[in-house]
Design a protein around this ligand. Structure first.
Ligand code: F6P
Length: 308
């Protein structure tokens, strides 16, 4: 998100616009936590994870009263357009604000989950996958040395993008995804088959939001069914949301931040900038959460073929 903020600020200034940073997301918008940003305000942040403006989950913005206060703050500060970086929650709020108070808004997809329709990739996803992958590689050393089965849980809320990508890159024996429910019997079968083929260690990747429960519950149950196997669990959690962003994420964030400014200056509103193939695109905000971006079917097939 820092790389995106840098691109927004520098593009807007280059185009002759003034830029105001809003601290703590919608919470800061409601409370008028505004600060004017100069080119130097975004120096030395492209390599840092997170957002220097800070962010928050804001209940108040879910209510019409909260959005009314936000719109008043924007008017009072003379702000003519808002760029909101985030996921579907951020975009629902931005859309409501634009409908109810005619505020011009542009969305930039920023979530590690990659679950937004209208862009191939969201900012943060590539970094999260690479962090997960590094962890998987490290865990494999213990799994292999101790002959253990590891259940590794990755983030993604209700989406399996991180899990699928990390599973293929990390050579996982199986991946459990919310989009393609897997029964415990199927997992048991994979473990038994692996054991019969002489596998001493295995990695099962579990996406958060998987319908059998989290990695802990799944491992507990399979440990009961297959007591001869030594099972361990590792939940990667928020580790995946921090650290220096990958080059791909920094470039995507720079492109999308600049595109959001250009779109806003061109009079666009209530849309999300995205990149599909090589092209920069605009998608109406409601479509970004109403339409579903499917997992790549070829990748799904590849994951199961290579895991045998
Ligand atoms: O949406 C991004 C995400 O990191 C999800 O993958 C995860 O489920 C959620 O946020 C965690 O939210 P919080 O940091 O509020 O616990």
């Amino acid at each position: 998100m820092n790389a995106c903020l840098r691109a927004v600020v520098r593009t807007a200034l280059f185009r002759g616009a003034k830029v105001t940073g809003i601290a703590h997301g919608y919470l800061g918008l409601i409370n008028g936590l505004f600060q004017e940003l100069a080119a130097s305000s975004v120096s030395n942040i492209i390599q840092r994870g997170g957002t220097f403006l800070k962010t928050a989950r804001c209940q108040e913005f879910l209510s019409p009263g909260g959005r009314q206060m936000a719109a008043e703050q924007l008017r009072r500060a003379g702000i003519e357009g808002l760029i909101a970086i985030g996921g579907d929650g951020t975009f629902r709020g931005a859309h409501d604000l634009s409908e109810e108070h005619q505020v011009r808004v542009l969305g930039v997809p920023g979530t590690i989950d990659n679950d937004l329709y209208g862009t191939d990739y969201t900012i943060g996803y590539d970094t999260a996958v690479n962090v997960a992958l590094e962890a998987i590689d490290r865990i494999r050393d213990t799994a292999a040395s101790h002959d253990r089965i590891f259940f590794i849980e990755v983030m993604g809320r209700q989406a399996g993008f991180i899990a699928l990508q990390a599973a293929i890159a990390g050579g996982a024996e199986q991946v459990l995804l919310p989009e393609t429910p897997t029964s415990l019997e199927q997992v048991e079968e994979v473990l038994r088959a692996g054991e019969q083929r002489g596998k001493k260690s295995m990695i099962i990747l579990v996406a958060e939001g998987e319908e059998q429960g989290g990695a802990l519950e799944i491992a507990r149950e399979l440990g009961r069914r297959l007591p001869q196997l030594e099972c361990r669990v590792c939940i990667l959690g928020h580790i995946q949301r921090g650290g220096a962003p990958t080059a791909n994420d920094r470039v995507l964030a720079s492109k999308l931040g600049a595109a959001a400014v250009e779109a806003l200056l061109a009079g666009e509103s209530d849309k999300m900038v995205g990149e599909i193939g090589e092209a920069l695109t605009l998608t109406p905000l409601p479509e970004t959460w109403q339409k579903k971006k499917p997992l790549d079917a070829d990748l799904l097939e590849l994951a199961s073929m290579l895991a045998t």
